[in-house]
Structure formats: structure tokens, C-alpha cells
Design a protein around this ligand. Structure first.
Ligand code: ADP
Ligand code: MG
Length: 915
């Protein structure tokens, strides 16, 4: 174990049954608790079955070992529920083998089979890895099945061997394999769902702060719950009234005839913390807090009550929740509409958006499976709900409005899985045009929060719309129509030529494939349609078309293999004398679901989108604006595309990556520079070497003589025998704009001249000069990575060199990059044709570019302290790539494992910590 021990933080996480447990390091102050756990809370039998044999003095020894002054070779974590120690796991490095640790786990008898040991081990494994432990070992009694199961369930490779009658278990930790992550995910998912049941399928609900004042939030929620026909017990809590809106009221939670699963707190902010604590003590399992504007102290107390008493929390600042399952029928929100029962899961951060969205969905006729107004998201987040919907058996469409992400990497992991089953739609809220101007590296300037969010959505297969209207438009299509094929060639049919052209333009704008109808289809259409019709795409049936003719035309197109989607634009005409002449009949009388998706555009329609109900009962979305229809089709196409691509594995670390040495370098730098900063050229070279990044040779020299000597030794390596001089001073930003880069120097005289020019121009700030061989010309690219505090590392590839900003051509992905990310990043730049070989020019070595991307992705994921890294230019040629300018900035930062199971800790509630 390294001397600088990384102590794990205090975190809260969920046990298998949804109970909240606090995990934190055990210290000297916990002696009494450890003694109690080992002496009182375990039977002799369990003590014998402990991982390390057992002895009569075991409790004493354990307390001595775990609660002495902190020792760098020992990591010990405890699991607390409601302030009581229920389990402990520790590992202590083995003498003489600092990268191996002896493991022990103990769980109180009455807490067995609830996942305490597994959760403790997950966190211990993480902490052990952080501290350089590569394997843990334990002795287990050969007959102890439970212990074996814990190890197998953990999902880590377990090696067993018999040693003097005892089974010795060895678990190597240095392979972060997908299997382990999946096992952790699966446990997290089950625990999460168990904990959310009290919230979304409660058998009893109390409204705390149910007011007698009509129109108050408390009374509205109470009335809505009752009127929606909640199937469980409903109680009103109000200390000042015996009855609220016809419902008997109780003075306090303690006086209720039963324990509510869920409490809706409709009390003012000042009373929230007290009410939450009261709920916790009464045994409530979930809270919805409607109040907004909690101060930090109240926020902290609220969180504390929830964690201590195992309550999941929605809000504060929530509009409420709704569950439409007929077995529950809970409508505990104070919006204006009653959500219809259905299969759309809806979660919103802003209550206003929630009201608007519910209204539109209700109006449109899309029902909701469950609705949650997340509010300030202290605890329950979009990620929780995705997991709930994934397995609630009724949701087949998720609609999210999220303004912020607590743990985007965990969210992305869940979303990637869920989007394979049903669409997740979101409004990409909070786009800002302003990049991070003035950022020191091009990579950082390119990596705005918007870029990171877009990358997250794209990588997870989430359908991101640009407005609430677009979200509803798209939901209307995805919810009623089959997906098109990935080609999505759209046939446009209209009864008025001009409208058809507008629709065809809209399709082009949305990036949909322009379809040319095959001759046999156009011939068939000519037979079917009135004289004067245009039978090429867009098809113009003329206003004279009769519904039967139009229906036949639509059938022909829908059956054709050339057509992947139908856009039918109809305007009412004076020629229609009765309802049976109405061209819309052609749609209504036909089947709603065909082989291909169908969308209608009725320009005269007063609402942006609605459903047309067909005679077979199915629905076709109808839009007032062809642009809206085309955008919805484009989203459907993108989803179809996403579904055809199998999940891509993370790109494997290329050969020659040495994270250990890199970690040492970074730790040493941060020890000397506690606030972090830019690496100097020498350290940059060293770090790049650890990851096998192709950096040109750079010699740093302090004086003119050194420059000449360096140039002489490098000249033969340089293109045309030339070298490059770069003025260097710490903290410099873009060198060439200041005249600090001089290329193509062929003679000693030139080197001397430029050196003198540098000293004159930059004076005292100049600390030296970097000499490099002149690189052969090639395509200048930008490759880099920025660590976002919330999103994690974001890898960027673009056209680079001194014109980076003008070209403004880049693409970004959240790391770790997958094989597919590597494949698509190099093909989706505007300038990609140049990379891939353009007009007879040879392609650059694309594999080498991808190799660099894979290396920086690993570098950034291995080293959370890497704040930004910028290779600009990375000169790409047919025979390889070479970086001639690299900048790296480090920041002190602890490691954060996005996959470790833990509950959120909202910033607002940071103030109050565990006692
Ligand atoms: P900065 O980005 O700080 O302005 P660079 O070191 O990237 O400075 O140099 C600017 C430009 O000079 C590069 O984009 C590249 O075109 C050219 N250049 C720099 N170093 C070399 C080199 N060793 N070989 C060839 N060209 C170089
Ligand atoms: Mg540069």
C-alpha cells in the first residue's frame, strides 16, 4: 500500500431490500461499536465461520486491530444503519507483499442476507484499488457456503485453493472487467427498485400539512389523491384540525392508525426538517417534499433524516408524483390535469415544465405510467426512474426533462441499457451558445457543457430534442408508429403540390434521405391517380383525388420496398362535398400501423400535433407543420440506427500504457504544486511516454549555445534537415500568435538569430527555448481531453493547427471511448474526407489517429487529476502521426468511481454531515 493512503469518503448506499446504509472508514472512535458487533451481534457459529477462523478473544482483537490509530496498511469500512454498526469489512496488506491484502468481513446476525457484505466489499475493493492493492486474499472455512457465495456474487474472478484444510480465496483486483461492473449494476438496480416501491407503489399515504384552506397546496394534493381514487389508505396530518376537506385529520404522524409508506410534505420550508425527522421515526419509507427554497441547514437536516431512516426523497421543490396503475391510482401532485393511465414514464426537474408536459400529453392522448416531478433532486433522480420504468412492466416510453445531472456516467450506463428496450426522449435544456472563451487550450474551449451533454445523449442512444414541442411531436410518432429502417427514405404524398414541396424541403432540412420512386411504382401510381397527378416523389395527387384513390396510392407506396416512411400532407378542398369525399378518410379508413411509419400533415390543423384515430382503433400522428413531422421522422430514423448497432465494448488499453508510473508522476507533481498547474515540457514528455503517445523529440535549452548544439543534433531528424525553435516560459498560452514559434531553421546562423530575437522580444519572462526537429508536413489535427467535474473526461478530435478556431470542426465523446466511438469520431468531422483520402490524395494513417484517441481516453480515465490535455497539432500523414505541441494541466482531485454504488449527496445538503 502506498504511504499516501487514499481514505474512502463517507457515502450512503442501498441494501438489497432498499434500506439506506452509511459506509465510512472505521476509526478509533468506533471501538465500542466494533466490540458490540463482534461480541454481541454474532452467534458463536457465525464467529466460527468468520473469514479468519475465530477465537474467544476475537472481539477484543478485532477492536484492537480496527480501532487503533490509523495505519497505512489497514483499510477498514463499516456499514451503519440508523447509527448502528451492522457490518464491517477490512483489508490489511500482507507483510512483504504490499500489493496483496488479507480480507475480513463480518455482518451482524440479524443483518445477514441483505447484501451488507457485498456492498461493503464493493467499496472496500474500490478503496483497495485506489491504494495500489492488486489482490485480496482470505481464509475461509471450507464448509462456509455463505462466504463463498459472497465472493461469487461479487462478480470478481475468484481463485480458490486448499491450504492446510482451509480454502484460501484470492481475488485479483487489477482487472476491471465488464462482468464485475454488470454485477454491481444489477445489484444497484434491484436495490434501487426495492427502495422506490414505497414511493411509486405505496399501500398508504399521509399528506403532512394538509391544510383546511381551499386552494392551498396541501389541500389540493389531498383532494387529488382522493378524487383519483387511490386504492390504499389515505391520511391527513394537521395538528390544528380534526378534519380536512372531508378527510379525518390526525395531529401527528405518531397518532396515525398505521405507518404510511409514503408521506407528502406540504409544510412550509421551515417545518420540513422536523416533519421529515418525525416521518423517519414513525417508519415512513419515502417522502415527497413540495416546499422550495430550503436553506442549507434545513437541506442538510432533511437529507440526514432521509438517510438515517432509510427514506427515499423526491424534491424538494417538487410538484408531486403520480402512479396510474389501476392497482394503485395515486395522483399526488398539484398540476392542473389528471394524467391518463398509459405507458409513458415522465420525469421532470422543473414543475412548470411538468405541468406543461402533462397537459400536452393528456390533450394528445398519451397516457402516463408514472410521473415524477424531481424538483431539486436531492435524492431520487432521472437515473432512478429509468431503472424503475425498465422493470415496472408498463412503461414503453420515457420522457425526461433534466436540467442537471448528478452522476452522468451512471445515468449514461443505465440509459444505454434502457434505450435498447424503449425510447428515452429528453429536452436538451440549457444549451448556451457561448463556449468557454478564453480557455487556455483548444480542447477546453471546445468542451462546453453543451458538447458534453450532447455527447452523453448520443452515446447513450437518447433522443434529444431541442424544445418541449419537438419532444411531444417526436413522442407522438414513436408512440404510435413502427420505426423506419435506418435508411428512412420518405415518400411525400399531398393533394396540393405546393404543400408537398414544403414537406419535401422539410425532409431535406431534417437530413432525411431523398427518395426517388422506382419506375414500377410511378407507373402503378399513374394508373391509380387522377390525370395531372405528379407521380414522382413528392407525389401530388391533385385536389381532385378521391379517398379510395388516395388510399390505394398510400397502400402502393407503403408496400414498396423502396419506401421507408410516408408523409401525407392534406389540405381541405372545396371539391370535397361531404365527409365521404374528405381525403383524410383515406388515412382514417386504412390501417394505422403499416410496415412503415406514417405521419400526416394537416396544415389547417389548429394544434401543433394530435392523433387521428383510424377505423381499426390505431392512431396516426398529425402535425400542423411539415418541419415538425420531418424532425420526428429523423429522430425515429436515428433511433432505428442506434438499435441496429450492437453495444460496443470499451476500447482496450493499447500496448505500452503504464498507469502506475503516470500516477507516480502526477502525485509527485501535485505534491510539489498543491494547486495544480501546467506541466513543463520535460514532464509532459515523461507523462506522454507513460502512455506511448507519439510526441516529437524536444530539447529544452537555457542559452544560445545550447540551442545551437541541440539544433545540430536534431537537424538530421528534421524534415529537409530543419529544426524548430519555440520560446518557453511557464504558463504560456498560444505561442505562435505571439511569434514564439519559428519553423524551418536550416543553419546555425538562423538558430542564433532566432534565439536572440526571442530574448529581445520576450525579455525576462523567457526561461528557455525548446528545440524540435522539423516534422514532415501533414494534416494538422487537434486531439485532446478535458475533465468535466460532472461528466468526467470528454475526448475531442478536430481539425487543428493554428487555424483551429477558424475551422471550428470537432467532435467529442465522453471517455472511456468505445470501439465504435473510435470508428465514428474520425468519420464525422466536416473535414473527414480529407482525413480519409480525398480526390486522389492518400488517406492519413487513421488507425494511428484512433490509437492516440484510445491512449488519451485511458490516460484521462486512469488519472482523474488530468484537467486538460491538448495535442495540437497532431500531424497526421499516411505513414503515421506525430504531435509537435502538447499541453497538460493537472488539478488536485480525488478519484471518483462512477460505478460505485452510492446515493447522491446534493451540494445544497453538503453542510450537515453524519454525526
Ligand atoms: P502554438 O499552438 O502554441 O501556437 P505550436 O507549437 O503548435 O504553437 O506551433 C504552431 C504551428 O507551428 C503548428 O501548428 C505547426 O504548424 C507548426 N509547428 C510547430 N512545431 C513544429 C514542428 N516541430 N514541425 C513542424 N511544424 C511545427
Ligand atoms: Mg499548438
Amino acid at each position: 500500500m502506498s504511504t499516501a493512503q487514499h481514505l474512502p469518503h463517507t457515502v450512503e448506499a442501498l441494501l438489497a431490500d432498499g434500506t439506506t446504509v452509511t459506509i465510512r472508514p472505521i476509526g478509533p472512535a468506533d471501538r465500542a461499536a466494533v466490540l458490540d458487533l463482534h461480541a454481541e451481534r454474532m452467534s458463536d457459529e457465525s464467529r466460527r465461520m468468520r473469514f479468519f477462523g475465530a477465537s474467544r478473544q476475537a472481539p477484543q482483537l478485532a477492536a484492537d486491530r480496527l480501532c487503533a490509530a490509523p495505519r497505512p496498511e489497514l483499510l477498514a469500512l463499516g456499514a451503519w444503519v440508523g447509527g448502528e454498526l451492522v457490518g464491517e469489512a477490512d483489508c490489511e496488506s500482507v507483510q512483504g507483499r504490499p500489493d496483496t491484502a488479507e480480507l475480513a468481513v463480518v455482518v451482524a446476525d440479524d443483518w445477514h442476507h441483505r447484501g451488507v457484505a457485498t456492498l461493503l466489499l464493493e467499496h472496500l475493493v474500490h478503496a483497495a484499488r485506489q491504494n495500489g492493492i492488486r489482490a485480496v486474499e482470505a481464509d475461509t472455512l471450507a464448509g462456509n457456503l455463505a462466504v463463498h457465495r459472497v465472493f461469487t456474487d461479487l462478480g470478481l474472478p475468484v481463485h480458490r485453493h486448499l491450504e492446510q484444510g482451509e480454502v484460501r480465496v484470492r481475488v485479483p483486483l487489477d482487472e476491471t472487467d465488464e462482468h464485475y461492473r454488470e454485477a454491481v449494476d444489477e445489484r444497484g438496480r434491484r436495490a434501487d427498485i426495492a427502495s422506490l416501491a414505497a414511493l411509486l407503489r405505496p399501500a398508504s399515504v399521509a399528506v403532512v400539512g394538509a391544510s383546511r384552506r381551499p386552494g392551498s397546496v396541501g389541500q389540493s394534493v389531498l383532494l387529488k389523491i382522493r378524487q383519483a381514487g387511490f386504492t390504499g389508505q389515505l391520511w391527513a396530518v394537521n395538528p390544528y384540525a380534526a378534519e380536512v376537506a372531508g378527510e379525518a385529520a390526525y395531529a401527528s404522524l405518531g397518532t396515525l392508525p398505521g405507518i404510511p409508506d409514503l408521506a407528502v410534505l406540504a409544510v412550509p420550508p421551515i417545518a420540513v426538517a422536523g416533519a421529515a425527522e418525525e416521518c423517519g421515526q414513525a417508519g415512513v419509507r419515502a417522502l415527497v417534499v413540495l416546499a422550495s427554497g430550503l436553506d442549507a441547514h434545513t437541506a442538510g437536516q432533511l437529507m440526514h433524516a432521509c438517510r438515517r431512516h432509510s427514506m427515499r426523497l423526491v424534491g424538494p421543490n417538487s410538484l408531486g408524483i403520480a402512479q396510474t396503475d389501476p392497482a394503485i391510482r395515486l395522483d399526488a401532485e398539484f398540476g392542473a390535469v389528471w394524467p391518463l393511465p398509459g405507458s409513458a414514464g415522465v420525469a421532470v426537474q422543473s414543475g412548470g415544465v411538468g405541468i406543461a408536459l402533462l397537459e400536452r400529453l393528456t390533450w394528445l392522448g398519451i397516457g402516463v405510467s408514472s410521473f415524477v416531478s424531481l424538483g431539486d433532486k436531492y435524492d431520487v433522480s432521472g437515473n432512478d426512474l429509468l431503472q424503475w420504468w425498465e422493470s415496472d412492466g408498463s412503461t414503453d416510453l420515457a420522457l425526461l426533462h433534466l436540467e442537471s445531472f448528478g452522476n452522468p456516467r451512471a445515468f449514461s450506463r443505465t440509459a444505454r441499457r434502457v434505450t435498447r428496450r424503449f425510447p428515452i426522449l429528453t429536452v436538451d435544456a440549457g444549451r448556451s451558445p457561448a463556449g468557454r472563451r478564453g480557455a487556455a487550450s483548444h480542447t477546453a474551449a471546445a468542451a462546453t457543457p453543451t458538447v458534453a451533454r450532447e455527447a452523453l445523449f448520443r452515446q447513450a442512444g437518447i433522443t434529444a430534442t431541442r424544445s418541449l414541442s419537438e419532444l411531444v411531436d417526436t413522442a407522438a410518432l414513436l408512440h404510435s408508429q413502427p420505426l423506419p429502417s435506418t435508411r428512412c427514405a420518405v415518400a411525400v404524398v399531398s393533394n396540393a403540390g405546393g404543400v408537398g414541396i414544403l414537406a419535401a424541403d422539410a425532409c431535406a432540412d431534417a437530413g432525411l434521405t431523398q427518395l426517388e420512386l422506382p419506375p414500377d411504382i410511378t407507373a402503378e401510381l399513374r394508373e391509380l391517380l387522377p390525370d395531372g397527378s405528379a407521380t414522382a416523389n413528392p407525389v401530388d395527387t391533385t385536389a381532385a383525388v378521391r379517398p379510395v384513390e388516395l388510399a390505394a396510392c398510400l397502400d402502393t407506396l407503403a408496400r414498396s420496398r423502396a419506401v421507408d416512411a410516408l408523409l401525407v400532407c392534406l389540405v381541405p378542398t372545396a371539391l370535397a362535398t361531404g365527409p365521404h369525399d374528405d381525403p383524410v378518410r383515406a388515412l382514417l379508413d386504412g390501417p394505422a400501423r403499416r410496415r412503415v411509419p406514417v405521419a400526416a400533415v394537416l396544415l389547417s390543423q389548429e394544434v401543433p400535433v394530435r392523433y387521428l384515430t383510424c377505423s381499426d382503433g390505431g392512431r396516426i400522428p398529425s402535425y400542423a407543420d411539415p418541419q415538425a413531422a420531418a424532425r420526428a421522422l429523423a429522430h425515429a430514423r436515428d433511433r432505428a440506427h442506434w438499435l441496429t448497432e450492437p453495444p460496443s465494448p470499451e476500447a482496450a488499453p493499447p500496448p505500452g500504457c503504464d498507469p502506475r508510473s503516470a500516477r507516480h508522476l502526477v502525485e509527485a507533481f501535485l505534491a510539489a504544486n498543491p494547486d495544480g498547474g501546467w506541466l513543463d515540457p520535460a514532464l509532459t514528455v515523461e507523462l506522454f511516454d507513460c502512455y506511448g503517445l507519439p510526441l516529437t523529440i524536444s530539447i529544452w535549452v537555457p542559452d544560445e549555445h545550447g540551442a545551437v548544439v541541440a539544433a545540430q543534433s536534431l537537424r538530421q531528424l528534421g524534415h529537409r534537415g530543419e529544426v524548430v525553435l519555440k520560446a518557453y516560459w511557464p504558463g504560456q498560452v498560444h505561442k505562435s500568435t505571439l511569434g514564439a514559434v519559428r519553423t524551418g531553421l536550416a543553419t546555425d546562423g538562423q538558430v542564433r538569430e532566432i534565439f536572440r530575437e526571442f530574448t529581445e522580444r520576450f525579455g525576462r519572462q523567457l526561461t528557455g527555448v525548446v528545440v524540435q526537429p522539423m516534422a514532415a508536413p501533414g494534416l494538422e489535427l487537434l486531439a485532446g481531453v478535458v475533465q468535466d467535474r460532472v461528466f468526467g473526461p470528454l475526448a475531442v478530435l478536430g481539425l487543428g493547427g493554428t487555424a483551429t478556431d477558424v475551422l471550428d470542426d470537432r467532435t467529442a465523446r465522453l471517455a472511456p471511448l468505445t470501439e465504435r466511438d473510435l470508428a465514428t469520431m474520425v468519420t464525422e468531422l466536416r473535414g473527414s474526407p480529407v482525413l480519409l483520402g480525398h480526390q486522389g490524395a492518400a488517406a492519413v494513417d487513421v488507425a494511428a489517429v484512433q490509437d492516440v484517441l484510445a491512449r488519451i481516453s485511458h490516460l484521462a480515465t486512469d488519472l482523474p487529476q488530468l484537467a486538460e490535455l491538448d495535442l495540437n497539432p497532431l500531424i497526421a500523414r499516411p505513414d503515421g502521426v506525430l504531435c509537435v505541441d502538447a499541453r497538460v494541466r493537472l488539478e488536485p482531485r480525488g478519484s471518483f468511481d462512477p460505478y460505485l454504488r452510492r446515493l447522491r449527496r446534493p451540494a445544497a445538503a453538503e453542510e450537515v454531515r453524519e454525526p
